[in-house]
Design a binder for this molecule. Structure first.
Ligand code: ATR
Length: 300
């Protein structure tokens, strides 16, 4: 349900002077600081156009000190919902009615109005799993364990998704060991904090290797792992999407392994939000992927 003050009505004055009201224009946004690099407006804008929806999706660069007031007055700003990104994903939980998933992960990335209530969820976990299901189908049929590199915000969503899919053992290696321990504390005994030097050993039984750190991103050093110990059926995924083919994914391909890139995760995590705000479940197509990939490449 949408309150009247949230509505933006598109009116057009006809030749007889009578205002014809067109469909409601529903507006959503991505809130972050900074946020102009976000590809969410391109993704949602493309879906809005393809689905013929009277909608708009914008960037909202919100200063950290203004974020609580902005989010809690989202309707007054004309929005029916939106995405929350860095650095607001954790604080958004405390300002909304989060669902179980967002609470369990400890961060929200998608908000929407349900009546007067501002609800929140986290679509990073399903985005990651949906991406794997599409890019590397069957990845979970003989998975063994999973190895996750990194234990920051991105890892929290990804690990939740892997746990939910039923993988029994998740090795987490992080530069700062205490953060890997914190993930075990958060998610329980299926998380195995792992020393960096132990990675080659745990790769030997892994069906999935995921990089959740910023290593490999343009301007950063690459994540140098020897992938030879991985079983031949293993899948390698990287949350980094600039560049699309990270050094890790390149070496996985050279090793003959199946890969899933960060752009897939970005596209699939956007699907549930669009459906919540605009009422249509959008499709992740090869055309959309190519469009966003071109836009990302232009920045490299
Ligand atoms: P995000 O929300 O993108 O996950 P984050 O919470 O700051 O961002 O986490 C960044 C992750 O990348 C962490 O796992 C971080 O390791 P630390 O916890 O030790 O900081 C990892 N990371 C970033 N730069 C790194 C580097 N140069 N070497 C190794 N790990 C790095």
């Amino acid at each position: 349900m949408v309150c009247s003050h949230q509505r933006r009505l598109a009116g057009a004055i006809a030749s007889d002077g009578i205002v014809e009201m067109k469909d409601e224009v529903r507006a959503a946004c991505v809130m972050g600081w900074p946020v102009t690099h976000s590809r969410s407006p391109l993704i949602h804008g493309t879906w809005i156009e393809l689905n013929g929806i009277a909608g708009v999706y914008r960037h909202e660069e919100v200063r950290p000190e203004s974020f609580p007031a902005f989010l809690t007055n989202l309707a007054a700003h004309g929005y029916v919902g939106g995405n929350v990104t860095v650095p607001f994903k954790e604080v958004a939980l405390t300002l909304t009615e989060p669902d179980e998933r967002a609470s369990a992960i400890g961060a929200a990335n998608t908000v929407w109005l349900e009546g007067n209530q501002l609800r929140a969820t986290n679509t990073d976990a399903t985005g990651f799993i949906d991406c794997l299901d599409h890019a590397t189908p069957g990845w979970d049929t003989s998975p063994g364990s999973a190895v996750v590199i990194g234990a920051g915000g991105a890892a929290r969503g990804i690990v939740f998704g892997i746990l939910e899919r039923g993988i029994e053992r998740i090795y987490v290696a992080n530069r700062t060991q205490a953060r890997a321990e914190a993930l075990r504390h958060q998610y329980g005994a299926r998380i195995y904090p792992t020393q960096w030097h132990d990675i080659p050993r745990v790769l030997g039984e892994a069906g999935l290797l995921v990089n959740t750190t910023s290593l490999g991103m343009v301007g950063q050093t690459s994540l140098d792992l020897d992938l030879r110990p991985l079983p031949d059926h293993a899948v390698v995924a990287d949350a980094v999407y600039a560049p699309l083919m990270t050094p890790l994914l390149r070496s996985a391909e050279r090793r003959g392994l199946r890969i899933a890139d960060g752009l897939g995760m970005l596209l699939y995590q956007a699907v549930p939000g669009f459906e919540l705000w605009f009422g249509v479940r959008p499709e992740v197509t090869a055309e959309l992927r190519a469009l966003v990939a071109r836009d990302l490449e232009a920045d490299l």
